[in-house]
Design a binder for this molecule. Structure first.
Ligand code: PGA
Length: 259
């Protein structure tokens, strides 16, 4: 066992696969090839496939597999064309939601303030947030101090709101450390670097909330069958967020079955 406690592995399908038939096949392959005794698996498909996958999961009777949306609206209901509310994703069976993925920050101009608001909306509705943070390549090149300062800013908005609001502090809260330069690039961060940064994130969270919040830290960014062992053995990591690798069922099963 690489992890001391049962890890959380999140499969972020992004805008894949191309139709519902392939989405069903992908989930079917997960169910057939993954041993769910040692992991909690969270599948984050495009929202349009959630209803189908929920039905499949109910009929498969597999335990330890949960659904997540890849995003939510910061508002609860109303005139927000094109948005999906927290209530809607819960209604189709989601227990989790990804918030603030770097692709949302980069392509849809999501700010730290908006991400913090989404996070509160999720927590207020008892939907577990998986909040993504991480530095760009340019920020990495400016050195570790700069990276930590960026992460601090990304975390601060969330933690300030979290500490000041009457949300249930016992609810799980996941932070995914995803260096932007490692996402989809095939370049994973060095193991000791990941451990150091995740340790920093954990400390920043403990200091900011002044309480023992139930936070788990995931690593994401080009996790694959060749590098997962060295990453999963790190003491500061509780799981992983996997994009490209989760679309290759045999590779994904190898990772999940050797945690
Ligand atoms: P990747 O994506 O595993 O393809 O790098 C991770 C992510 O974006 O969450």
């Amino acid at each position: 066992m690489l992890f001391k406690e049962k890890p959380i592995i999140v499969a972020n399908w992004k805008m894949n696969p191309i139709n519902s038939k392939e989405a069903k096949e992908l989930l079917d392959l997960y169910i057939k090839t993954i041993n769910f005794n040692n992991i909690n698996l969270v599948v984050a498909p495009p929202v349009i496939y959630l209803e189908l996958l929920k039905t499949l999961l109910i009929s498969s009777k597999v335990n330890n597999i949960y659904l997540s949306s890849q995003n939510i609206c910061s508002e609860y209901v109303g005139a927000f064309t094109g948005e999906i509310s927290v209530g809607m994703v819960k209604d189709v069976g989601c227990k989790y939601t990804i918030i603030g993925h770097s692709e949302r920050r980069q392509y849809y101009q999501e700010t730290n303030e908006l991400i913090a608001k989404k996070c509160l909306t999720a927590l207020n509705s008892k939907l577990i947030p998986i909040v993504c943070v991480g530095e760009t390549k340019q920020q990495l090149e400016q050195g570790e101090m700069e990276v930590k300062s960026i992460l601090n800013k990304q975390l601060k908005f969330i933690l300030d709101d979290y500490a000041n609001q009457s949300v249930d502090k016992n609810l799980e809260f996941l932070i995914a450390y995803e260096p932007v330069w490692a996402i989809g690039s095939g370049l994973s961060a060095d193991a000791s670097y990941i451990n150091n940064i995740c340790g920093y994130i954990r400390e920043a969270i403990t200091n900011a909330t002044d309480s023992k919040i139930n936070v788990k830290i995931l690593y994401g960014g080009s996790v694959n069958k060749d590098n997962f062992k060295s990453i999963f053995a790190l003491p500061n990591i509780n799981g992983a967020l996997i994009g490209g690798g989760s679309l290759i069922p045999s590779e994904f099963a190898t990772i999940c079955n050797n945690c």
